[in-house]
Design a protein around this ligand. Structure first.
Ligand SMILES: Nc1ncnc2c1ncn2[C@@H]1O[C@H](COP(=O)(O)OP(=O)(O)O)[C@@H](O)[C@H]1O
Ligand SMILES: [Mg+2]
Length: 349
C-alpha cells in the first residue's frame, strides 16, 4: 500500500503561494484497508496512514450547503457584470456569528473562481495572473493597512513604501489588481475594519477596480463596521449571504441536517467502517451542535482523531461510547454547552 504524505508549506492564505496551496490541498481518502491489515503495518506506515486519514477529514471532507449554491450564483453574476461596468459595481458580503463556516465558504468560492480562470486561460500562472487575492484584516485595521496588504500580496518583492499617502497606495493597489487580472478580492475578518475610513477605501476600490470584493466576517450588516454611518454605503453595494443554524422544526431543515450527518457518516475514513451510528443519532448531534454545521464538523474531526489516538484499540467501530466521549469532551474543552447523556445515544443497528 502506498500512501503519499501531504506536504504543506504555507501557514497563511495571504500570499500567492499560500493561497494556491489552500485552494489545491484536497487530499483524497487513503485506500480503505481492514483493521487486521492496518495492524500488520509497521508503526511508521500506520502513522502515515493515520495522518492521511486526518488530512482527508481536515481538508477534503466537506458537505454541500444551500449558501454555497446561492453565493456561487451571485458571485458568478457579479464577476461577469463588474468587469463590464464603469460604476455601481457590487460586491458580496458573507456574514455569520463566530465559527459558522464563513472562511470555508469564501475558500470554496475562491477555488471556483481560480478554476474557472485556469480553464479559460491554462497558462495564467506563467502570464503572472492572479485571479484571486486574499487578505485578512487584523484588529482595528485601517483602510490604508488594507491597501498595503493588497500590494504585498501582488507585489511581495516591491520595497515597502514608507510614508506613502492613502491616495497613492490606492492607485498602486488598483493598478496591481488590474495588471494581475484579479477577479475576486476576498477580505476575511472584515468585522475588524471600523469607522468611515476603511469604508471609503472599499468604496473607492469598487469604483476604480473591476475586481469583485467579497467581505467576509462576523455580523457584518448589523455590526459596527458596516451596519451604520459610512459603512452602510458599502453594505448597500453588496449582496448579503448569511449563514445560519439549521432549524429542524422545518422539513427542509431536518432533511438538510440528516443529509449532512449521512454524508459525514458515509465518508468516515475508519477501518471496516459501517455507517449508522452518526445517522441514527442525528437528533442528538443536532442538539449537541445546536444546529451548527461547523460544530458538527468539529465533532466528526474529533471523533476520528480520538479513535486514531487510542493506542490499544482492536477495532475502529463508531460506538455510542466513543461518540459520547467526544461530545462530553466538547463540553469540557470548548464553549459548546449541551445536555446530551450517554443514554441519549444509540449504537448502529
Ligand atoms: N461545508 C462544510 N462542510 C464541512 N465542514 C465545514 C463546512 N463549512 C465549514 N466547515 C468546518 O467548520 C469549521 C469552521 O469553519 P470556518 O470557515 O473557519 O468558520 P468561520 O470562518 O465562520 O469562523 C471548520 O473546521 C470547517 O472545516
Ligand atoms: Mg473565519
Amino acid at each position: 500500500m502506498i500512501v503519499q504524505s501531504l506536504t504543506l508549506q504555507h501557514d497563511r492564505k495571504t500570499t500567492v503561494p499560500g493561497l494556491r496551496e489552500a485552494l489545491t490541498a484536497l487530499p483524497p481518502v487513503p485506500p480503505p484497508i481492514s483493521f487486521s491489515e492496518y495492524a500488520a503495518l509497521s508503526a511508521g506506515d500506520r502513522d502515515v496512514y493515520d495522518e492521511a486519514r486526518q488530512d482527508f477529514v481536515r481538508l477534503t471532507l466537506r458537505v454541500p450547503t444551500p449558501e454555497q449554491d446561492v453565493s456561487a450564483r451571485i458571485l458568478a453574476k457579479l464577476i461577469a457584470s463588474n468587469q463590464r461596468r464603469k460604476n455601481s459595481r457590487r460586491g458580496i458580503m458573507i456574514s455569520a456569528p463566530m465559527f459558522y463556516g464563513k472562511t470555508e465558504l469564501a475558500l470554496l468560492l475562491a477555488r471556483s473562481v481560480e478554476r474557472e480562470h485556469a480553464r479559460r486561460y491554462p497558462d495564467y500562472t506563467e502570464r503572472g495572473e492572479v485571479p484571486v487575492v486574499w487578505i485578512e484584516v487584523t484588529d482595528h485595521a485601517t483602510g490604508k493597512a488594507l491597501l498595503a496588504q493588497i500590494i504585498r500580496f501582488l507585489a511581495p518583492t516591491a520595497a515597502e513604501p514608507t510614508r506613502i499617502n492613502t491616495h497613492d497606495l490606492r492607485r498602486q493597489a488598483v493598478e496591481l489588481l488590474h495588471s494581475h487580472h484579479t477577479k475576486l478580492l476576498v477580505i476575511d475578518e472584515a468585522h475588524n475594519l471600523g469607522g468611515s475610513e476603511p469604508s471609503s477605501v472599499i468604496k473607492a476600490l469598487q469604483n476604480e477596480s473591476s475586481a469583485t470584493v467579497a467581505l467576509v466576517g462576523i455580523d457584518l450588516a448589523g455590526g459596527k463596521a458596516f451596519g451604520s454611518g459610512e459603512g452602510l454605503q458599502v453594505t448597500m453595494r453588496c449582496d448579503l449571504v448569511e449563514l445560519r443554524k439549521v432549524d429542524i422544526r422545518t422539513d427542509s431543515g431536518l432533511d438538510l441536517w440528516k443529509r449532512w450527518v449521512a454524508t459525514f457518516d458515509r465518508n468516515l475514513p475508519l477501518c471496516e467502517h459501517r455507517p449508522g451510528t452518526l445517522t441514527r443519532n442525528h437528533l442528538a448531534l443536532h442538539a449537541a451542535a445546536s444546529g451548527r454545521l461547523a460544530i458538527l464538523a468539529m465533532i466528526v474531526e474529533r471523533l476520528i482523531s480520538s479513535i486514531l489516538g487510542e493506542p490499544a484499540r482492536v477495532d475502529e467501530e463508531v460506538t455510542r461510547e466513543r461518540l459520547f466521549a467526544v461530545l462530553d469532551g466538547l463540553r469540557q474543552t470548548t464553549p459548546v454547552r449541551h445536555r446530551i447523556k450517554l443514554d441519549d445515544l444509540v449504537d448502529a443497528a
